[in-house]
Design a protein around this ligand. Structure first.
Ligand SMILES: N[C@@H](CCC(=O)N[C@@H](CS)C(=O)NCC(=O)O)C(=O)O
Length: 219
């Protein structure tokens, strides 16, 4: 087996890639990052000095960044489910929704969680307030955008849904999605029911106590 993934099951960006791998039943070696496995952390730092994960390694070639990993898998290890349409205009819509979920759902969500891990003197209340406001704007925009769509970019599950699934999952735990956003709620439920993401959620269940804001008793 040539593919090795450095990842942790509870990480949202790792779940984004795991969902893509599970969609296509792509075989890979799972190198689980943990403080109990310093060797894996050392290897990660050597592969990608930013120490962000996931990182895929293909026969020694490091491939960082979740979106790029999923595109890489589609190019070099294609399976039955094409997560990026071959038609360039359709691909552009998938990529723009993927950017939306990374930049306007995950980034503010991570800001809020990251801030909660800081000591009182290092907290950034203005930054957290801005992040909460960004999530409110993003939920409202997504609610309108999802009207008439089954998946993020239309009627086919794609790279953008691999991003949406973990990011909406944790975003709601972090900054509740108002029940009035019925389209967002229904979409989040569809994502939770998708077997590839459901598997990633199940594999992460043992780590829910890690969630710094307290994991809710649902999902
Ligand atoms: N831009 C990266 C972000 C990856 C990311 O932020 N991963 C988190 C885990 S969900 C991480 O590495 N956290 C550890 C750190 O920031 O030191 C991607 O798209 O893969």
């Amino acid at each position: 087996m040539t593919l090795k993934l450095y990842a942790h099951p509870f990480s949202s960006y790792c779940q984004k890639v795991l969902t893509a791998l599970y969609e296509n039943r792509t075989a890979f070696e799972y190198c689980q990052l943990s403080h109990d496995n310093p060797q894996a952390m050392t290897e990660l730092a050597a592969l990608w000095p930013f120490r962000k994960f996931p990182v895929l390694v293909d026969a020694g070639r490091p491939v960082p960044e979740a979106t790029v990993i999923i595109e890489y898998l589609g190019l070099y290890y294609p399976g039955p489910v094409s997560l990026l349409p071959a038609e360039p205009r359709a691909a552009l819509e998938v990529r723009s929704m993927d950017r939306f979920f990374d930049n306007y759902i995950s980034t503010p969500q991570q800001k809020i969680v990251g801030d909660s891990l800081r000591g009182a003197a290092e907290r950034d209340p203005r930054g957290v307030a801005d992040a909460r406001a960004m999530l409110d704007t993003a939920y409202a925009w997504l609610d309108k955008t999802m009207a008439g769509r089954e998946w993020a970019a239309g009627d086919r599950f794609s790279l953008a849904d691999c991003a949406a699934a973990p990011f909406l999952f944790y975003a709601d735990w972090t900054h509740r999605i108002d029940p009035s956003f019925a389209q967002v709620w229904a979409y989040r439920q569809r994502l939770l029911a998708r077997p590839s993401f459901a598997r990633a959620v199940d594999e992460a269940r043992p780590y829910r106590s890690f969630f710094p804001l307290g994991a809710p008793d649902r999902d």
